[in-house]
Write a protein that binds this ligand. Structure first.
Ligand SMILES: [Zn+2]
Ligand SMILES: [Zn+2]
Length: 100
């Protein structure tokens, strides 16, 4: 189910995104969310990213590139414990990317 969001400034501010940032997947649409894995902006179309519900009305966004990469470890319904593990994994990966 696609979540259609208002295309307004508040939403971009909320996501700490700049208006010029385009989706790293299709490079056509504006980024509306950030991949939790590689920190690239993605538009919220299903084609470009997978959106998982998370606690406190948050969403867990993973771009298609990353979701292909981590598909083996990824399940559609993430239990809190699994999500925590996944986040730790992702954190480690992002830290590695940054230091290299
Ligand atoms: Zn896109
Ligand atoms: Zn990604």
């Amino acid at each position: 189910m696609d979540q259609v969001k208002e295309d307004n400034g508040d939403y971009y501010l909320y996501n700490h995104l700049y208006a010029w940032e385009t989706c790293s997947e299709c490079e056509a649409f504006r980024a509306k969310d950030i991949c939790q894995h590689c920190s690239q902006g993605v538009c919220s179309r299903k084609k470009c990213c997978n959106i998982f519900p998370h606690k406190n009305n948050n969403q867990f966004i993973v771009c298609n590139t990353c979701s292909n990469e981590i598909e083996d470890n990824f399940v559609l319904v993430i239990k809190p414990d699994e999500l925590r593990l996944l986040k730790q994994k992702i954190k480690g990966k992002i830290a590695m990317n940054k230091s290299s």
